[in-house]
Design a protein around this ligand. Structure first.
Ligand code: ADP
Ligand code: MG
Length: 261
């Protein structure tokens, strides 16, 4: 009997910490290994959409239309051009969703209602979220079984995290009792400075075993890949960044297997 897939959200309300890079590469790597994967771009900036090589304005349907009941979720799913990997693209219109949802009944559970049935079809649904704790991120927290929290290895890595943790607690109490942080991932690690080591030690002290063994190095190839519309695991699979993202995907897979429902 096939078991339902996992729904993971990549969250951190800070911008530029590696959410999109992590979502895109995790999705691409899990798909490359043969799992059916759906990447959901829930950020108005649509970086995950362009990161897979799509121009958000060229697409017939997108998540905004789904949320506004203008098309079905099935209509918004597009093949990514890679085996086993599908995408629900974002568009800039998503920036208006907080306002549009202000008076909507049960607005926090819209994404969960839409995505949960798809867990029968996909082993992994991965949601990339915007750098805010607005209605899109809340929807992702409500929909998710597990969270991936990327932290950039910089001095202020843990700043603002208490708000994220409070929000996660509130969602857990009221709407999604089984919500859990699966993995905390250190990104953009610079081994040439002492700061990276210090931040890593601090984050490991705070999150313990939730922090992956894998740390993502700062790597030029990771930064270049999106301009070619490719995840780095595809653009330059042998680069240090790609090797690290593959190891990270392995840890996520193992974690999923360890807590099979
Ligand atoms: P977020 O989605 O949290 O805003 P991104 O994934 O878009 O963050 O990353 C921010 C910027 O940093 C992007 O330009 C991305 O290409 C770059 N970047 C992310 N991870 C790395 C890395 N490991 N090495 C170098 N550049 C990176
Ligand atoms: Mg992003």
């Amino acid at each position: 009997m096939a078991t339902a897939g996992w729904l993971l959200a990549v969250v951190n309300q800070k911008g530029g910490v590696g959410k999109t890079t992590t979502a895109v590469n995790l999705a691409a790597e899990l798909a490359a290994q043969g799992d059916e994967v759906l990447l959901v771009d829930a950020d108005p900036q649509a970086n995950a959409t362009s990161g897979l090589g799509f121009s958000p304005t060229d697409l017939a349907h997108n998540l905004f239309e789904v949320l506004q009941d203008e098309c079905s979720i099935e209509e918004a799913i597009i093949p990514s051009g890679r085996v086993h990997l599908h995408l629900i693209p974002a568009s800039i219109d998503l920036a208006g969703i907080d306002l549009l949802f202000a008076t909507r009944i049960a607005r926090e559970t819209v994404l969960r209602t839409l995505l949960t049935p798809l867990c029968e079809q996909y082993q992994w649904i991965i949601i990339d979220t915007p750098p805010s704790l607005g209605v899109l991120t809340i929807n992702a927290l409500v929909a998710a079984n597990g969270l991936i929290v990327p932290l950039q290895c910089e001095y202020y890595a843990l700043e603002g995290l208490s708000r994220l943790m409070q929000t996660i607690d509130l969602v857990r109490q009221h709407l999604n009792p089984s919500l859990e942080i699966w993995k905390v991932l250190l990104t953009m690690y610079d081994s040439r400075t002492k700061l990276g080591e210090q931040v890593e030690a601090e984050v490991r002290k705070f999150f313990g075993a939730k922090v992956t063994r894998t740390v993502i190095p700062r790597n030029v190839r990771v930064g270049e890949a999106p301009s070619f519309g490719q995840p780095v695991v595809e653009y330059d699979p042998r680069s240090r960044g790609a090797v690290a993202y593959k190891a990270f995907a392995q840890e996520v897979k193992e974690y999923g297997a360890s807590r099979s429902r």
